[in-house]
Design a protein around this ligand. Structure first.
Ligand code: SF4
Length: 368
């Protein structure tokens, strides 16, 4: 696997010889984009921070992987922590930061020792201090302004943007925030001529015989990937993580290259297989409970709306809901999507809107 190749501090050495601007040029030329879901060009992000005027700058490694079905960052920490730490050191070198943080998901506490040992081994005399901050398990702290709030010791609440962290981030200073997969790709992109920007880690789960992490090129046929996964029953739907929405498998089979429909985002390449024996309504309820639990409560549409979504789905499941309830549910889901403050709320109903678009019958069958 490309992501597991070790760079043994040779990329850092090369970066120091080239200088900050040339490193940024390499990242731009090689087209390294963020692997957390937003796909923002990494070189551009670093350039904003490099050009921001300040004596103090910070690097934050976002290790708050918390979306159900996503486990690729955990895989990288376990299998190639040295290259990840080297990526953080290169980021610090480029923007002249002396302090970096790894914001580690609370549930990944078992990886803390491994990360600390690697930091002790790799960082040595680099002049950069890397601190691990343990999150408390809040999914919203994967949002960059919420991470900043949390590291500063405040509630992990997302903030309005602009200003953007690249110029006004942690403690008001310019800050680079990148996720694990992005930072691990940095040394490899700098060192290896054959580094391929199109390879992605995909987290595959569901009722399948071969769940796990797959490294495949963008554009790889989803139907071929599902064949590799060996589903235990006939596949009904594919969920692109929880925030990515769902699609009927039959539709994917017909148009295998077009896997992003309306309200449907491939994002961090999380693929959950749902088969004919599983209920879409139950899946919707399970995901709705997740978002209701993870809403930070700062804005009304998400705080109140996610609770109402759960209530309405439970009512449908119990057989007591009417046609009007289903219409209210759809209207509410669209409102949450359009008016919530941050990405968590905005994407929290993608799964439901797509389920209602493609599997409406399963909801209607339960109406009074
Ligand atoms: S959308 Fe949800 S998670 Fe985001 S700020 Fe509003 S309440 Fe918090």
């Amino acid at each position: 696997m490309q992501i597991l190749r070790k760079t043994n501090l040779k990329a850092l050495e090369k970066a120091k010889k080239l200088g900050a601007k040339k490193v940024i040029d390499i990242l731009k030329k090689k087209n390294l984009t963020g692997r957390g879901g937003a796909a923002f060009p990494t070189g551009k992000k670093w350039e904003f921070t490099l050009n921001a005027k300040s004596d103090t700058k910070y690097v934050i490694c976002n290790a708050n992987e918390g979306e159900p079905g996503t486990f690729k960052d955990r895989f990288i920490i376990k299998n190639n922590p040295e290259t990840l730490i080297e990526g953080i050191l290169i980021a610090a070198y480029v923007i002249k930061a002396k302090q970096a943080f790894i914001y580690l998901r609370g549930e990944y506490d078992n990886l803390r020792n491994l990360l600390q040992k690697t930091i002790n081994k790799v960082v040595k005399k680099s002049g950069v201090d890397i601190k691990i901050i343990s999150g408390a398990g809040a999914y919203v702290c994967g949002e960059e302004t919420a991470i900043i709030q949390s590291i500063e010791g405040q509630r992990g609440h997302p903030q309005y943007k602009p200003p953007y962290p690249a110029v006004d981030g942690l403690f008001g200073k310019p800050t680079i925030i990148n996720n694990i997969e992005t930072l691990t790709n940095v040394p490899q992109a700098i060192l290896f001529n054959d580094w391929d920007p199109n390879l992605r880690l995909m987290s595959l789960s569901g009722n399948i015989a071969n769940p796990g992490i797959y490294e495949l090129p963008v554009g790889y046929k989803l139907t071929d990937l599902i064949k590799k996964a060996k589903p235990k029953n006939k596949v009904k739907a594919i969920y692109f993580g929880c925030f990515g929405g769902c699609m009927p498998y039959s539709k994917i089979e017909l148009t295998p290259d077009s896997i992003c429909g309306k309200n449907c985002i491939i994002g961090s390449y999380t693929i959950i297989v749902v088969d004919e024996k599983q209920s879409i309504l139950d899946t919707a309820l399970s995901i709705a409970h997740f978002y209701c639990h993870e809403s930070c409560g700062k804005c009304t549409p998400c705080r109140e709306g996610t609770i109402r979504v759960c209530h309405l789905l439970e009512k449908i499941k119990s057989g007591k809901a009417t046609k009007q309830d289903l219409e209210i549910l759809e209207d509410l889901a669209m409102n949450i999507h359009e008016t919530s403050l941050c990405g968590l709320g905005q994407t929290s109903t993608n799964h439901l809107l797509t389920a209602l678009e493609f599997f409406r019958k399963e909801f209607e069958e339960k109406l009074r």
